[in-house]
Design a protein around this ligand. Structure first.
Ligand code: NAD
Length: 463
């Protein structure tokens, strides 16, 4: 039997050795999901809503232990783990409210009374069937539940493959779902690394919903090319922020420092590059560095810690140090950070601020996914737009400006799925979450992100 070792990235401690799936055990889970899906689909939406309401209560009651589990396996500061699970409950409330409206059967003909041709036309939303939800480790509660909650509510069965770095949280979510009344075969955890994720795609599933890196997204796209099923890929970002000359400099610096370093910079929508209008550049950089130096770093289990461990350990640390080294070689200057925080076993990087950067540097082009930021001076809005668009990614972009009309005009020229004015690193359940370019295809959240787990059936009824 293959196994999966789960280690605490902050301490190196072995937390658990889990039995991992095999191709055969996965096939059995798939077959059980397929046969159970018929009865789940037949249940009324209100029954499924009640089950998910019960999941909400169970998750809320166990919030503290779930947050501790999350921190222990991904090294996320404990206060941020609590925030993530609380935030998941808020998203869940949206799904509970919005699902009925998003997928109710719509009569599109006749729309007016008095038409007497004995014809009725309706659009009905049927579940996709059995879907694969392959997930990332950085926000396992958020990115997992963005998929499995609306998928379950709309009547699908889910094979949920948590990241190998967040599998304990994945099993905990499954436990809460099963206790709340989701049939065991309707939500199964697939335990393992990338090879098991790849093998999952060989099963005759009805949809693939993936969150993770561009490199894996490409492999999934290729594997899925042989099938004719829905594929959604939520991938990385290199999200820009532009600070105009019309801002409260201290507020903008504090907000974007948070946007860059929260979750130890390991967010798909972290601020990854900052452009600052030349008129306020020096003041902004001073305030930014001051904010970053004051972040509490270290043990993720402590309530006050703000920057925690690098979840993927040495490989991730080496990648970030290489990006910084490449920038410095090309003329960049490190204002703070770029050093490993001493630790017996875990891997931690001091939050790092780099200036004198340009777009020849990897730091300004590749996703960093860590506590590292490059800040660059621009002369005007036109240059900021050009720089913001000089990327293969397109997840989010933010502009800080007291003149909302100016900010909106700038962002209307920026190619990104989400546009933020005077805020950043933010996700709302009411709005669609989608990327452009290398940031992916498809969407989650909003009513569109509920409907996406269904396919329309067109009814032509003659009486
Ligand atoms: P990853 O691609 O390494 O792994 C993601 C998942 O894919 C894991 O469960 C992994 O086991 C599985 N996997 C690996 N190889 C596979 C294969 N060949 N076939 C099928 N599955 C396979 O990504 P990660 O390190 O877990 O996540 C970090 C990335 O996720 C970052 O790039 C981040 O920006 C992105 N992300 C995007 C969003 C978004 O909403 N756009 C949200 C969170 C994270």
């Amino acid at each position: 039997m293959p196994t999966l070792e789960v280690k605490n990235p902050a301490t190196g401690e072995l937390l658990k050795t889990l039995d991992a799936d095999t191709v055969e055990s996965m096939r059995i889970k798939y077959e059980k999901a397929r046969s159970a899906s018929l009865a789940w689909k037949e249940r009324s939406l209100s029954e499924r809503i009640n089950v998910i309401k019960s999941f909400r209560s169970i998750a809320e009651k166990n919030l503290e232990s779930a947050a501790q589990t999350l921190t222990s396996e991904v090294g996320k500061p404990i206060a941020q783990s609590r925030n993530e699970i609380k935030g998941t409950l808020t998203r869940l409330d949206f799904f509970l409210e919005a699902t009925q409206k998003a997928v109710q059967t719509e009569t599109v003909y006749p729309l007016e009374k008095g038409i007497k041709d004995n014809l009725t036309e309706q659009i009905e939303h049927e579940p996709l069937g059995v879907i694969a939800n392959i997930s990332a480790w950085n926000y396992p509660w958020f990115v997992g539940s963005n998929v499995y909650l609306p998928a379950l509510l709309t009547g699908n069965a889910v094979l949920y493959k948590p990241s190998e770095y967040a599998t304990l949280s994945g099993f905990l979510m499954a436990k809460f779902l099963h206790e709340s009344g989701v049939p065991v075969d309707i939500f199964s955890v697939i335990c393992g690394k990338g090879d098991i994720g790849a093998a999952l795609l060989d099963l005759p599933i009805d949809g693939i919903f993936f969150t993770g890196s561009v490199a894996t997204g490409r492999k999934i796209q290729e594997a899925a090319g042989k099938k004719f099923i829905k594929v959604q890929l939520e991938l990385g970002g290199k999200d820009p922020a532009y600070i105009t000359d019309n801002v409260d400099v201290k507020n903008a610096a504090e907000a974007t420092a948070d946007g860059a370093m929260y979750n130890t910079g390991q967010s798909c929508c972290s601020v990854e590059r900052i452009y600052v209008h030349e008129k306020i550049y020096d003041a902004f950089v001073d305030a930014f560095v001051h904010t970053v130096k004051n972040f509490r770093k270290g043990d993720p289990a402590e309530n006050e810690t703000y920057v925690g461990a690098l979840t993927r350990g040495k490989a991730q640390l080496d990648f970030l140090l290489r990006q910084i080294e490449d920038a410095v070689k090309k003329g960049a200057v490190v204002l703070t950070g770029a050093k490993q925080i001493p630790s017996d076993a875990g891997y931690f990087l001091e939050p790092t601020v780099v200036v004198n950067v340009d777009h020849t540097m990897d730091l300004m082009r590749e996703e960093s996914f860590g506590p590292v930021i490059g800040i660059m001076k621009v002369k005007d809005d036109a240059e900021a737009i050009e720089k913001m668009n000089d990327t293969d990614f397109g997840l989010t972009a933010s502009v800080y400006c007291n003149d909302t009309v100016r900010a909106k005009k700038i962002l209307s020229h920026v190619n990104a799925g989400s546009a933020y004015i005077n805020c950043c690193d933010r996700v709302s359940p009411r709005l669609p979450w989608s990327g452009r370019g290398l940031s992916g295809v498809g969407l989650t959240l909003s009513t569109y992100g509920i409907e996406t787990f269904t396919r329309p059936k067109a009814w032509h009824i003659k009486s």
